[in-house]
Design a binder for this molecule. Structure first.
Ligand SMILES: *Cc1c(COP(=O)(O)O)cnc(C)c1O
Length: 223
């Protein structure tokens, strides 16, 4: 077994234990393997091990790696987890199956327009800036309801759930709890939360997607 397949199965075991501990249905959390900065040679062992759900944070980088791999493995599900510019909406809608980072009206409109044009129906998440960090993307917690209303009413966009990235220096638990509360208040089923350092907490608090990079692929070198 390659190291990557070992890491994948160890993380799957930890997710399963956390689901059990929380009394959740087994398999109700899906694992996104975040492959940003890693090249095709690093990703391939995860595909060979049978993993099919991957996350990237840049549209252009993802096109370079995944257009070819999608030909080889047509059942790959690709998630955009990084900020999106509206001039990349066309490429993003063409390549990705799920977008986790809808956070302003302009992006919501651009995605809706591209989905219509391309006849594609992506699963969409609204990113919430639970820590209200000025440098971080996402809608403010208190504006979430209003923004979801805009997406639904004025944009005709169906939003599946909410996503957050808690501040690095804080206990993530309260942020996951806030995201869950906002989802419940707005009738949303999906929660994208939890990374390498805190995914077990996120699963216990109801994550339906965890986004895990370094614990699978190792330390990232941004060069
Ligand atoms: C990079 C990234 C992750 C994965 O982070 P790790 O700590 O390597 O697991 C998850 N979510 C987002 C939005 C990211 O950009």
């Amino acid at each position: 077994m390659s190291e990557i397949s070992d890491e994948l199965s160890s993380i799957r075991d930890k997710i399963a234990s956390a689901e059990k501990l929380a009394g959740r249905e087994s398999g109700s959390t899906r694992l996104i393997a975040v492959s940003k900065t890693f090249d095709v040679e690093h990703i391939r062992p995860a595909l060979v091990a049978g993993h099919r759900i991957f996350g990237e944070n840049r549209v252009q980088e993802a096109q370079g790696k995944w257009l070819g791999l999608k030909d080889e493995y047509p059942d790959i599900q690709l998630h955009l987890i990084g900020p999106l510019q509206s001039n990349k909406a066309e490429d993003a809608v063409a390549l990705f199956d799920v977008i986790h980072t809808i956070d302003r009206e302009k992006i919501a409109k651009a995605i809706r327009k591209e989905m219509e044009k391309q006849g594609r129906n992506l699963e969409l998440f609204v990113q919430v800036n639970t820590g209200k960090e000025p440098q971080k993307a996402g809608i403010l917690p208190e504006e979430t309801g209003q923004f979801l209303e805009f997406c639904r009413q004025e944009c005709g966009l169906r939003i599946a759930g909410l996503m957050c990235i808690p501040p690095v220096d804080e206990n993530p638990g309260p942020h996951f709890a806030l995201l869950r509360k906002l989802a419940e208040e707005n009738g949303l089923q999906q929660l994208s939360m939890g990374m390498s350092s805190d995914f077990e907490t996120a699963v216990e608090m109801g994550a339906t997607y965890v986004r895990i990079g370094s614990a699978i692929f190792g330390h990232r070198d941004y060069g």
